[in-house]
Design a protein around this ligand. Structure first.
Ligand code: SF4
Length: 416
């Protein structure tokens, strides 16, 4: 692709280099390289993250142009129900309000009846996805959690999750997508048979964040090596994965770039990263990080643009609209092509203070930037269309029932 006259002008006006900012020529070269489909290196990413003023405008413009090249004008979302199967967890991250300990007010593990009631309501409201999002192996930390699982007839949380995914699929036809933390190969195999895709946020590759005073101090599951292992195993097993980074938790710009490059390397090896989320930290009362500053809209936009440049035109890049209701349109201008899951039935249990926008509102926000909203399944269209991407037979059948020839939700099944 050649450069458009508009952003050539932007580049020509770019501010002079400083010790931190890239030179005009360095910026031009990196952006032309990205537009030509060549991978950027870490050093280029570090320099581009420091862009300000018109340099930053150019970065976003190129990121949006790249998105248009790979994804066209379609911006997607998934209509879902959120099933917080248990809010017990073996970790305690510095920003998490979801997690509870046994005996605490609001500590809860859903029963099969509760799961089914929510899923049925979701199906009635036109949802296609059942998002199981829960704490990581609480039974390894709390004897009460193990007793509770055994009373339900299971030995581990992943076993219980798998059974509930099967129940929901069979009884409601919703397609399960599970986020339940780090998993062994056996656990992933178990869940692969009842999930169209799964999720695990990488969050950040920096081990520094595990140090005393850091957001992940004392959190075994947040060791980046452990998370990369799970994402690698998922690749080996052919599981379509959603992952991403959490920004504003004390990481540096360089560490964000390193994290995005680590995701790129995983996808290069296995082709299984169907979506990368750029999520902004929210400071919540009664957490260790309640007093920390949240990332600005511009910081999010910069990081979204950087993700597009590093991950290329074809990657699905998402930023949640409910965590920045006023500024989320800027993410579209910086290169995202997906809003993630939106629920007409359940709230965002991880960020309960942030309601999801109505689908009609999301459509309006999308149209105002010149794009069009389309409903997708929990498995992205390119994976739906890829006959080499094997799903368990019951999942495959249901995906075919719900999707059109391009892999999106059939028009007649879209519920506005
Ligand atoms: S963020 Fe996830 S891993 Fe950390 S405490 Fe909360 S539920 Fe557990």
């Amino acid at each position: 692709m050649t450069l458009t006259a508009a952003w050539r002008q932007v580049l020509d006006r770019a501010t002079p280099a400083s010790p931190l900012r890239p030179s005009v020529e360095g910026l031009r070269h990196a952006l032309e390289q990205a537009l030509a489909g060549e991978a950027l290196g870490a050093a280029q990413g570090y320099a581009l993250m420091e862009a300000t003023g018109t340099d930053l405008t150019a970065l976003m413009l190129v990121a949006a142009a790249l998105r248009d090249t790979g994804r066209g004008e379609r911006v997607t979302y998934s209509r879902k129900v959120f099933l917080p199967l248990t809010n017990l967890c073996r970790d305690r991250c510095g920003y998490c309000t979801f997690v509870k300990a046994p005996g605490e007010t609001d500590a809860h593990t859903m029963t099969p009846d509760e799961v089914l009631a929510v899923a049925r309501e979701g199906a009635r409201c036109g949802c296609k996805e059942a998002l199981f999002s829960l704490g990581d192996h609480p039974e390894w930390r709390y004897p009460e959690a193990l007793r509770q699982l055994r009373a339900l007839g299971y030995e581990s949380t992943p076993e219980y999750v798998a059974a509930m995914c099967r129940l929901v699929l069979e009884e409601t036809g919703l397609l399960p997508h599970t986020n339940c933390g780090v998993l062994s190969a056996d656990e992933l195999l178990l869940l692969r048979g009842v999930n169209v895709s799964m999720g695990l946020m990488l969050e950040n590759v920096s081990p520094r964040l595990l140090e005393r005073g850091g957001p992940h101090f004392g959190c075994e599951t947040k060791d980046p090596r452990v998370r990369l292992e799970t994402l690698t195993r998922a690749g080996e097993l052919g599981i379509a994965m959603t992952t991403g980074i959490l920004i504003g938790i004390g990481e540096t710009y360089q560490e964000r770039v390193d994290s995005l490059i680590a995701i790129r390397e995983l996808h290069r090896r296995y082709g299984h990263i169907q979506e990368v989320i750029i999520q902004n930290f929210r400071a919540k009362p009664r957490t260790r990080m309640a007093g920390m500053a949240e990332p600005t809209t511009l910081d999010m936009a910069r990081t979204v643009a950087m993700a597009r440049l590093l991950l290329g035109p074809d990657m699905n890049i998402q930023a949640p609209p409910n965590l920045n209701a006023d500024g989320c349109q800027v993410y579209l201008l910086a290169g995202i092509n997906d809003w993630g899951g939106v629920s007409p039935v359940t709230r965002d249990y991880i960020n309960p203070e942030a309601p999801w926008p109505e689908v009609a509102r999301l459509r309006q926000l999308t149209q105002e930037t010149g794009q069009a909203l389309h409903e997708r399944l929990a498995l992205y269209p390119e994976y739906v269309r890829n006959s080499a991407w094997e799903l368990a037979p019951a999942l495959g059948r249901r995906v075919r029932e719900l999707s059109d020839e391009e892999g999106y939700v059939r028009k007649e099944l879209e519920a506005w």
